[in-house]
Design a binder for this molecule. Structure first.
Ligand code: ASP
Ligand code: MG
Length: 437
């Protein structure tokens, strides 16, 4: 069985929704995972924000606007009276529910219920549409099988068992439809897999039922080997290993939710990134098999990085020093991206600066602290195993005219990263592209 995931823009209009049948072959056994109609989750986030600060007027205005948009959507999606009235009843039900929170207390529990409505609406509308045109499909409620534990980790075995039971109970169907993004947490409450989480849903389902393949359908023809907005002549990468994809996921978060590589990797389920606008294009295949060796696969960049250097004579020959430094970041729930060390100093990079002032204050206990903002991580991914040679020098040679703040090599077999000032990013990406490809 295959798993096909379509993102918000792929179901973003009645026209796009109808066009999914150019790709979905209804007679093949498959599970189709849908995101909310594009813009919906953002609107639901805004509605929740208004409700959480008690701004009922604003909340009602936003709810009304979104509701009106769906009324229009239904008029264009369905062609029969029956279809329209079913669609109308469906959205009224969901919007009545959203409105009901305008008179009750509002906690993160209610917020997550609101955020779940987008996927519940899109999948049911699509199911109704298929029914109207005579295509059989079965709706599988994600809230009946998609589950995370106390640490927000997915319960693959639970997911697999419950999903298989649901599929078995409807074994006269081939086309199954389910919601991306939403799940239940350890307390049985409605929860979600974080923004962009529908990719993660698809990968989790693929892993849980040991699918033949997971297809992520977006608006780009796969993962490119460099940033196409900045560098001319980039091309989609035909094949990526799971390890390479895992290195790139953080940088290509817009194309693929960073966590989605891991479930597929664990159960060796190939993941294809494909383009709804150009279904014949080969896209990117992520699998265990390296189709290339001894080469650079891709270059990616991430802006908005802050570098922090802690210099301390107490670090010399000491143990436990790094742990104490890391604990500061842990206390402020701030992930660290890159790290480089010398004998008496450590530099690291973060992208979440919410608690930077407090972090800095605590780090001052260790020694001198210097902070550089507006930095960019450039990550070069490829096959650079520890017995290979020459890659670091080629990378550094390509950026030899640019000041580098940090260099990281050897962390894995697949990654060389450099940190530099964002003002040098464009030049660095172009120069690396020209020299490495
Ligand atoms: N609808 C959710 C979001 O906008 C999940 C997704 O689209 O992947 O984040
Ligand atoms: Mg997405």
């Amino acid at each position: 069985m295959k798993v096909l995931k379509f993102g918000g823009t792929s179901v973003g209009s009645p026209e796009r929704m109808k066009k999914l049948l150019d790709i979905i072959q209804p007679e093949e056994r498959q599970i189709v995972v849908l995101s909310a109609v594009s813009g919906t989750t953002n609107s639901l986030v805004e509605i929740s924000r208004a409700l959480s600060v008690g701004d009922k007027l604003l909340a009602e205005k936003l709810i009304k606007h979104l509701h009106e948009g769906y009324k229009q959507f239904i008029q264009e999606l369905f062609t029969t009276e029956e279809g329209r009235s079913n669609g109308q009843e469906l959205i009224d039900y969901h919007f009545d529910l959203i409105r009901s929170f305008n008179t009750s207390i509002f906690s993160p529990i209610e917020e997550k219920i609101i955020l779940a409505q987008g996927e519940l609406i899109s999948t049911t509308l699509y199911h109704f549409y298929l029914t109207e045109i005579g295509v059989r499909s079965k709706l599988l409620p994600a809230l009946d099988f998609m589950k995370i534990d106390e640490d927000n980790e997915p319960l693959i075995d639970f997911i697999g068992k419950h999903l298989k039971d649901l599929v078995l109970a409807a074994s006269d169907h081939n086309l199954f439809i389910t919601q991306g993004y939403i799940c239940r947490n350890a307390f049985g409450e409605i929860d979600n897999l974080r923004r962009g989480g529908s990719d993660y849903t698809a990968s989790l389902i693929g892993a849980a039922i040991r699918a033949e393949e997971v297809q992520i359908w977006t608006d780009i023809d796969g993962m490119h080997n460099n940033d196409p907005r900045i560098v001319k002549g980039t091309r989609p990468i035909a094949n990526l290993t799971f390890n390479e994809a895992a290195e790139l996921a953080y940088f290509g978060a817009k194309i693929l939710h960073p966590q989605s590589v891991f479930p597929a990797q664990r159960y060796n389920i190939p993941v294809r990134l494909l383009n709804t606008m150009d279904p014949q294009a080969p896209g990117t295949l992520i699998s265990e098999v390296a189709q290339h060796q001894d080469q650079v696969t891709s270059i990616a960049a991430k802006d908005g990085i802050t570098a922090i250097r802690i210099q301390s004579s107490r670090m010399l020959l000491a143990y436990g020093f790094l742990r104490r430094v890391f604990e500061v970041f842990e206390r402020y729930k701030t992930p660290i991206d890159m790290i480089t060390t010398s004998e008496v100093a450590v530099s690291l990079s973060i992208d979440d600066t919410t608690n930077l002032k407090d972090i800095e204050a605590e780090l001052l206990d260790f020694g001198t602290v210097s902070i550089d903002s507006d930095q960019t991580i450039i990550c070069i991914v490829g096959d650079f195993g520890i017995h290979k040679h020459g890659y670091a020098s080629r990378v550094l040679d390509a950026v030899k005219h640019i000041p580098l703040r940090m260099i990281s090599y050897g962390g894995s077999d697949y990654n060389i990263s450099v940190l530099l000032s964002t003002s040098d990013k464009v030049e660095a990406l172009r120069s690396l592209h020209n020299r490495l490809f």
